[in-house]
Design a protein around this ligand. Structure first.
Ligand SMILES: [Zn+2]
Ligand SMILES: [Zn+2]
Length: 364
């Protein structure tokens, strides 16, 4: 998957971030994810370009970057004796230096280099401060356009760094960059109010922070971030497919966390909210196959919880409705990825009904 800037509406950061989250493997989850959670994969085909110019490989890997995660150094750590420098989390997985192969006798934090990296980030990012100090607070305030442009650029940059770190499993680094980014957007929200652009950006960044927390097993914080993400995304008009998709995925992620926590009622409530978001979208975009498929997947999630709650007739109704939706969905020939997904979800749904029939026959 090519890295895309999550600040672009076509990107779906939560999906990009969630693949390697290393969650506890629950049997249910394994089955469910393999069959149903393919819901997000088709989005990768959407081509996107970061309006701020940071979606490509424009950021070169230099002396302030870690060769392992390919992002800016976080908790700079120097290998002894070879003196090569990496992030602490990145190098701690190695016994030999990945650059020169020397045995690592010990690892020393390099506070000086880290402060250079931090200043680089500040400089790149906090240009808003330097404007303030150069020209005085008032004059900077009177030029909101400059201020806004600069801040957005910093946001894309930080998110790009965070995504690299996340992919390399350096979650603390990713969290730190995203935290700064969220802080910036919040600052802007205070200044210019809830514009839809800022709300969708903050919603996306908070969702990514939720993914980070989930990846390190901090379910409580993950839920809090996803909930806040939902809060901001809910403020937005529901006619943007990418926003509603991100919103419904965030709701499902909270549902998943509640599910694994054993709180089935709460899980159902979140899955149901997600289903409703998707149903609303489908009402207006019934001609978009991926929307119909999203609804079917949501129906399956709700039905699965209903079954586990003992509401078998409700569950069967849900599975059946999902099957009907997918069976009546006709796809054009240029959407083979969607067709694959349709068939695999259908197969899963039918197996859900077949299992029960077999069980019923056995018990009779
Ligand atoms: Zn690193
Ligand atoms: Zn080395």
């Amino acid at each position: 998957m090519t890295p895309v800037c999550p600040f672009v509406k076509a990107a779906r950061p939560d999906d990009n971030m969630s693949k390697k989250s290393g969650e506890k493997s629950v049997k249910h989850q394994a089955e469910f994810e393999s069959k149903v959670k393919k819901e997000s994969n088709e989005s990768a085909s959407a081509s996107s370009k970061c309006p701020f110019g940071y979606d490509s490989q424009t950021f070169k890997i230099g002396p302030l970057s870690c060769m392992i995660c390919q992002a800016l150094l976080y908790e700079c750590s120097k290998c002894v004796p070879c003196s090569h420098v990496f992030c602490k989390a990145c190098i701690s997985r190695f016994k030999d230096c990945p650059l020169c192969g020397a045995d690592i006798e010990k690892i020393e934090l390099d506070a000086n280099l880290q402060s250079v990296v931090d200043r680089f980030i500040e400089g790149h990012a906090r240009i808003k401060r330097s404007i303030s100090s150069d020209k005085g607070e008032e004059e900077a305030e009177s030029k909101p356009v400059i201020y806004e442009d600069v801040s957005l650029e910093r946001g894309s940059f930080l998110v790009q760094q965070a995504m690299r770190a996340f992919r390399a499993q350096n979650i603390e680094s990713a969290k730190s960059r995203l935290g700064l980014c969220a802080e910036d957007i919040r600052g802007q929200l205070e200044k210019v109010g809830n514009t839809s652009e800022l709300c969708s950006q903050l919603g996306a960044v908070l969702g990514m922070l939720g993914d980070c927390c989930r990846a390190i097993g901090d379910a409580g914080s993950a839920v809090a971030y996803f909930e806040e993400s939902v809060e901001f995304l809910s403020k937005l008009p529901k006619d943007d497919l990418e926003i509603t998709h991100t919103l419904s995925v965030s709701l499902n992620k909270i549902g998943d966390l509640k599910y694994y926590d054993g709180d089935l009622q709460a899980a159902r409530s979140y899955y149901f909210q997600s289903l409703n978001v998707r149903r609303d979208v489908m009402k207006h975009k019934s001609d978009v196959p991926s929307q119909v498929q999203d609804v079917a997947v949501s129906l399956a999630k709700v039905a699965d919880v209903d079954r586990n709650l003992g509401n078998e007739s409700l569950a069967i109704e849900g599975f059946q409705e999902a099957i009907n939706l997918l069976e009546s969905l006709t796809l054009k020939s240029d959407t083979s990825g969607l067709e694959q997904r349709r068939l695999s979800v259908l197969e899963f749904l039918r197996s859900q009904l077949a299992d029960k029939q077999e069980q019923a026959e056995l018990t009779v």
